[in-house]
Design a binder for this molecule. Structure first.
Ligand code: ZN
Length: 116
C-alpha cells in the first residue's frame, strides 16, 4: 500500500498544491493561503507553519475572507466544530498580525486597549 507507480505520462512541471479559500472560494497556491486548524483539544488556531496536524481549512491572508467564512459559517463546516465569536475575533487579530509585519503600525480605529 505504499505509493503506486504512475507509469506512462510524465508531468514535467512540478505540481503546485492548490487550495480553495474557505471565505471567497478562490483557488490559490497553498503557501499563499493561511491554514486554520482545529487542534486535538478543540481550539481553533492559525497554523502559520502549515505543517501542524489536525483538521484544517484554508483562507486568504485577507480579513474580508475571514469575515466571509464567518458569515457563511464555512469554517465551522470545514472544521466540523462550533466556533465562538471570540475565536473569530482572535483569528482576526492573528491574521492582521500576519498581514502587517511591522509592529509599529497599529490601527487606532479598531480598539485594542492593551496590546501585549
Ligand atoms: Zn479568500
Amino acid at each position: 500500500m505504499a505509493g503506486r507507480n504512475a507509469a506512462g505520462k510524465v508531468s514535467l512541471a512540478k505540481k503546485i498544491p492548490m487550495r480553495s479559500c474557505t471565505g471567497c472560494g478562490a483557488k490559490k497556491e497553498k503557501r499563499e493561503l493561511i491554514r486554520v486548524i482545529r487542534t486535538p483539544e478543540g481550539s481553533i488556531v492559525l497554523d502559520a507553519t502549515g505543517h501542524a496536524n489536525g483538521r484544517g481549512a484554508y483562507l486568504c491572508r485577507d480579513l474580508s475572507c475571514l469575515e466571509q467564512a464567518r458569515k457563511k459559517r464555512a469554517l465551522e463546516r470545514s472544521l466540523g466544530t462550533q466556533i465562538p465569536g471570540e475565536v473569530y475575533d482572535r483569528l482576526e487579530e492573528e491574521l492582521r498580525d500576519l498581514q502587517s509585519p511591522s509592529p509599529e503600525k497599529r490601527d487606532p480605529s479598531l480598539g485594542g486597549t492593551d496590546a501585549g
